[in-house]
Design a protein around this ligand. Structure first.
Ligand code: SAM
Ligand code: SF4
Length: 459
């Protein structure tokens, strides 16, 4: 028997969680629930959680904690903890959230429908942190797409076996496994038919795609996806530097739909720290790969992840990271203070760094990067960039004038992943336009669509 009522899904964490939440949403709609954007109207509330850092984990407990009171007024309200924190905590989650109904681990999504049935027949406090040998395969529910859905995530592999010493992923997401190329192609073809123009392929280390299964390689997969009509752009994350092959660099260079951008997390610029992190490469190897990328793919946009304050990181180690930032000149970085995860080995490493020291190092890094990003953005002034229009800008540029009352301020992204704002009368979401860049800011660019006479007066 199906349910009736509304569902609300809250997503915390990475792009992979955004994708997983879409799967949860489609299971909920096939069980009779309808989507609501207000959790006060919901009959079932699912929090898809992240345990990568302490802060994200606390966010999950705090979000779900607020429904203890609501359940007293609405006893049939169902609350579900899904994803990484659920997998990590199992039945311990009930100690802090006694009102919770289901704890749904990362490999339990295929059994979510069964658990909802069991709940209906009177079972309570259901916990499922069991493994699944196979990746849960369902096609996306394109019915729930809105008009802005021109860009979608597609998970191509799950789990990780790299065991970086700070990271919880191998413990909560299990062994690395890849989806078949046929299933991936089927999903992307369906997305393309529904109006999607850009896909971002997701995996913890896309460079090792298909290796365990004896499937085609990641560059070969890119080549196949490149042939899907109507898909205009292909992005992917994340590439592990130790496995970045020349074949992948050539694929970025040669396949016209693969964007000229690479997210290549370095984590630290110090060989001592990289070794203790078990990253499997040196700063020299990283810089060599960056040089190859810059040589083969001129103008490539580069971004990275960095962790500061890893146990025993000295000021000299940190300065090596600062030096690497200047040497590579990334377009953007995601930097984090090291966060102890009890299941990861580094939690037991000696010489943990003081929290205030970690914050100081983080602020220093972000400040340096801001000047580098602005400098790299300035270089683009006067250049033409092809951008995929994503929507209307939420924040209007200072001094934005709409002289004839018909202009909109729109926003999109360049291939190299720069955010570009521009005025336009005609641009539609999903268009690819050429924009002449006029101004550069630390976080975005501003320009005018080439050949669009209607914006001339705005200049
Ligand atoms: N698989 C990707 C890779 O190896 O680059 C990373 C995936 S992880 C979900 C995203 C980022 O979170 C990492 O690149 C790292 O910078 C950061 N991260 C992971 N564990 C962390 C921890 N314990 N403390 C702080 N940051 C962490
Ligand atoms: Fe975590 Fe390392 Fe795997 Fe990335 S490669 S998910 S950082 S263990």
């Amino acid at each position: 028997m199906k349910y009736s009522g509304n569902y609300f899904v809250n997503t915390i964490g990475c792009q992979m969680n955004v994708y997983d939440s879409e799967k949860l949403a489609s299971i909920l709609s096939s069980n009779g629930f309808e989507k609501t954007t207000d959790y006060n109207d919901a009959d079932i509330i699912v929090c898809n959680t992240c345990s990568i850092r302490h802060k994200a984990e606390e966010k999950a407990f705090s979000f779900l904690g607020r429904f203890a009171k609501a359940k007293k007024k609405k006893p049939n309200l169902i609350t579900v903890m899904a994803g990484c924190v659920a997998q990590q905590e199992g039945k311990k989650a009930f100690d802090r959230l006694p009102h919770l109904d289901i704890v749904l681990g990362t490999q339990a999504f295929s059994r979510f429908g069964q658990h909802l049935e069991a709940l209906k027949s009177g079972e309570n406090r259901i916990v499922d942190t069991n493994d699944s040998p196979m990746i849960y395969e369902t096609l996306p529910d394109t019915e729930c797409f809105n008009e802005n859905n021109i860009s979608r995530y597609v998970t191509i592999m799950q789990g990780c076996e790299n065991f970086c010493t700070y990271c919880v992923v191998p413990y909560v997401r299990g062994a690395e496994r890849s989806r078949s190329p046929e299933k991936i192609m089927e999903e992307i073809s369906l997305l393309a038919k529904s109006g999607v123009k850009e896909v971002t392929l997701l995996g913890q280390n896309v460079n090792s795609y298909g290796q365990r299964e004896g499937e085609i390689s990641f560059p070969q997969l890119l080549k196949r996806i490149n042939e899907i009509d109507d898909i205009q752009r292909i992005r992917f994350a994340t590439s592990h530097p130790k496995d970045l092959s020349m074949d992948l660099i050539y694929a970025i260079r040669d396949l016209e739909k693969v964007c000229n951008h690479l997210h290549l997390p370095v984590q630290s610029g110090s060989n001592n720290v990289l070794k203790k992190m078990n990253r499997g490469y040196t700063r020299e190897l990283y810089i060599e790969r960056i040089a190859a990328l810059k040589e083969q793919c001129p103008g490539i946009g580069l971004s990275t992840d960095m962790i500061v304050g890893f146990p025993s990181e000295t000021t000299e180690d940190f300065q090596e990271t600062v030096k690497l930032l200047h040497e590579v000149e990334f377009d953007s970085i995601f930097a984090f203070t090291y966060s102890d995860r009890s299941s990861a080995p580094a939690a037991k490493f000696p010489n943990q760094i003081d929290e205030s020291e970690k914050k100081d190092r983080l602020n220093e890094l972000l400040k340096i990067q801001e000047t580098i990003t602005e400098k790299k953005n300035q270089i683009l002034v006067g250049k033409l960039l092809k951008i995929l229009v994503e929507g209307k800008s939420n924040k209007l540029r200072d001094g934005f004038k709409d002289l004839n009352g018909t202009l909109k301020q729109m926003t999109g992204r360049s291939e190299s992943n720069k955010i570009v704002h521009f005025p336009s009368e005609h641009a539609n979401i999903g268009d690819i336009l050429e924009i002449e860049i006029k101004n550069a800011y630390p976080h975005s660019l501003w320009g005018y669509p080439v050949g669009d006479e209607t914006v001339k007066n705005e200049k």
